[in-house]
Design a binder for this molecule. Structure first.
Ligand code: HXC
Ligand code: NAP
Length: 287
């Protein structure tokens, strides 16, 4: 979507960058000339991904093990990234944990593990990177948070994730105001359904994949394609989006609005019925 070389001289850190959407976003940034740092808990996965990315697209990818729940590990990512690339320009908070469950079946530890990864992990990264940039007086930085549409609608059966993503969205909007003076922009992306192994194995395990066709919930009648999300992320970390701050951009084919509009169910009516319906409605006069 962007011009070749649009991200030259930018270094972007993507948490959870070894798999799924994080990997796809990283590939797009790399193709536009960015230096990339990918992090997650599994160094072997990261190393393999980094090698495959460099072979396919050129550029430089630094894999660094980091559990976002541990602040000192996040600080070590900044150190490693600066040692290799000189400075970091953007943080993408993409790492997440999630699974479906009736909430009453969850132990407090199960609830906490999601809050710890998604909310506290994003807080740890944002705080560590933000403090660093502010202390060094470095400007023109971006934090982009990957949330989801149930950050504002809520959702049954993924309550810890909904609570955590809502918190991340609140942080996005709050710091967009507070840290703008330091030259740090904060935005969020809310993806709809993008089938990845990590998400689908935990959200639609086994037969559920066949039982619930998520494409049917989407007005555009299909799932998202990873490159569509990656293009949006590329724009948000680039200087072309320099006046975007505090925004959450939904990329879901219209999915959440379909569930929200009071009369959206009328979509199901066949066109032939509308003549009769119009007549009935027009005949209601003065009553
Ligand atoms: C109930 C569960 C559970 C389940 C784990 N627990 N799975 N409880 N149902 N299915 C409980 C455990 O019993 C334990 O509680 C506690 O949660 C912690 O579990 P651990 O396995 O020790 O945690 P950990 O090894 O840190 O693994 C974290 C994880 C795992 C979140 C549970 O799934 C993971 O690593 N996920 C990372 C990747 C991921 O989730 N990707 C999907 C993102 S998709 P007790 O009480 O027994 O000690 C996404 C999409 C959003 O976010 C929007 C979609 C539209
Ligand atoms: P995924 O492949 O499972 O990605 C999650 C990543 O987070 C993994 O790479 C995982 O790597 C990493 N991670 C988990 N716990 C971590 C921790 N404690 N510290 C560091 N890294 C950790 O799933 P995905 O679908 O690509 O999800 C990516 C993002 O998109 C998430 O924020 C998710 O909520 C969001 N999202 C996805 C969808 C969708 O339809 N797929 C929709 C809306 C939003 P390790 O296991 O190696 O740590």
């Amino acid at each position: 979507m962007l011009r070749e070389g649009a991200l030259n001289n930018k270094t972007i850190v993507i948490t959870g960058g070894g798999t799924g959407l994080g990997r796809s976003m990283g590939e797009a940034l790399l193709q536009l000339g960015a230096n990339l740092v990918i992090t997650s808990r599994k160094l072997e996965v990261l190393k393999k991904t980094a090698a495959e990315m460099e072979a396919a697209f050129g550029g430089q990818v630094l894999p660094v093990a980091c559990d976002v729940r541990h602040y000192h590990e996040v600080e070590a990512v900044i150190e490693a990234a600066e040692a290799k690339f000189g400075q970091v320009d953007g943080l993408v908070n993409n790492a997440a944990g999630n699974f479906i469950s009736p909430t009453e079946r969850l132990s407090h530890r199960a609830f906490n593990v999601i809050i710890d990864i998604v909310l506290k992990g994003s807080v740890n990264c944002t705080l560590a990177f933000g403090k660093h940039w502010i202390d060094k007086g470095q400007r023109n930085k971006t934090v982009t948070n990957i949330v989801t549409t149930y950050a504002w609608t809520g959702s049954a059966y993924v309550v810890p994730s909904a609570c955590a993503k809502a918190g991340v969205l609140a942080m996005t909007r709050s710091l967009a105001v507070e840290w703008a003076k330091y030259g740090i922009r904060q935005n969020a992306i809310a993806p709809g359904p993008f089938p990845t192994k990590g998400a689908w194995d935990r959200l639609l395990p086994g037969e559920l994949k066949k039982k619930f066709d998520l494409a049917k919930k989407v007005p555009l009648n299909r799932m998202g394609e990873n490159h569509e999300l990656a293009d949006l992320l590329s724009y948000l970390v680039s200087d072309y989006s320099g006046y975007l701050n505090g925004e959450v951009i939904t990329i879901d084919g219209g999915e959440w609005l379909k569930g929200a509009g009071q009369f959206n169910m009328l979509e199901m009516l066949p066109t032939e019925m509308w003549d009769a319906i119009e007549q009935m409605v027009r005949s209601v006069k003065g009553s």
